[in-house]
Design a binder for this molecule. Structure first.
Ligand code: THU
Length: 136
């Protein structure tokens, strides 16, 4: 698919196959590339107590961070059940902003290959940011 990093797309599509979405039926896969060049992926995981659901993007970011990564340069989100690409939700954009610069690329892909590409700062112009005492 032109304009989209093939490795991220492959990982995000694969992750979407493991999405646990029995309540919404909306399957999402995400893949992030870290500044060290590694790729981590995730899928959305829903819960009977709906509010506990975690989006694919946050699963991918948390997997990267809990593997020791602290810097994300690119994100791709694959919406298996949408005909058009969608932006990550506000919570995911805030979590991404903790570990990304504003120029990080966000690729959004719908079923059938519709694509939107944006910079993180376009989707989240002003993320909340505390100055950490020490980067943990
Ligand atoms: N979802 C994601 O995984 N990523 C998004 O960017 C938006 C929404 C999930 C959460 C829930 O499991 C389902 O999609 C419907 O909202």
């Amino acid at each position: 698919m032109e304009g989209v990093p093939e490795d991220l797309l492959k990982e995000a599509v694969k992750a979407s196959e493991n999405a646990y979405a029995p309540y919404s039926g909306f399957h999402v896969g995400a893949a992030v590339r870290t500044c060290s060049g590694r790729v981590y992926s995730g899928a959305n995981v829903e819960n009977s107590s709906y509010g506990l659901t975690v989006c694919a993007e946050r699963v991918a970011v948390f997997t990267a961070v809990s593997s020791g990564e602290r810097c994300i340069s690119e994100v791709l989100v694959y919406f298996r059940d949408s005909d058009y690409p969608l932006p990550p939700c506000g919570a995911c954009l805030q979590v991404l902003s903790e570990f990304s610069e504003g120029d990080a690329k966000v690729y959004m892909v719908g079923r059938g290959g519709s694509i939107r590409v944006a910079r993180l700062r376009e989707l989240l112009p002003e993320g909340f940011r505390l100055t950490p005492l020490k980067r943990g």
